[in-house]
Design a protein around this ligand. Structure first.
Ligand SMILES: [Zn+2]
Length: 127
């Protein structure tokens, strides 16, 4: 694994997360469709079967999207006191869009970090 890793310049996990690309080469796409992980990288052939972000992305999406959207809604209310329907029209779709974008981005970021740090299930060393 280390010898074939040497052919690739290290990819910044944040960059790989925002572009949803392969954590090893930074070129191939990570997702097949919206948030389904592809079997492997089409560019460098990295097997994505190690990738398991589990429930990790969901909690970050909840925390960040809530902070952003509810914070903005409260600020808007306190600053402009718009009618209630405007809140629904504005912040309803915004909550959905921000959540979906964050879900994809954070999932890719966590997988890139998992790859970089070689994180996996715990094993017992029976040396
Ligand atoms: Zn790749």
């Amino acid at each position: 694994m280390n010898e074939d890793k040497a052919h690739f310049a290290p990819v910044d996990p944040v960059k790989a997360g925002f572009s949803a690309s392969c954590p090893r080469c930074g070129q191939g796409r990570l997702f097949d469709g919206f948030s389904t992980i592809k079997p492997g990288c089409s560019n460098c052939g990295l097997d994505y079967s190690f990738a398991d972000s589990g429930d990790g992305p969901a909690i970050f999406v909840i925390l960040l999207a809530d902070f952003l959207v509810v914070g903005l809604a409260v600020w808007t209310e306190l600053t402009y006191q718009p009618p209630l329907w405007l809140h629904f029209v504005l912040f309803g779709p915004m909550a959905i869009i921000v959540s979906l974008w964050l879900l994809r981005t954070i999932k890719a970021l966590l997988i890139a970090l998992q790859y970089k740090n070689k994180a996996s299930q715990g094993t017992i060393d029976r040396g």
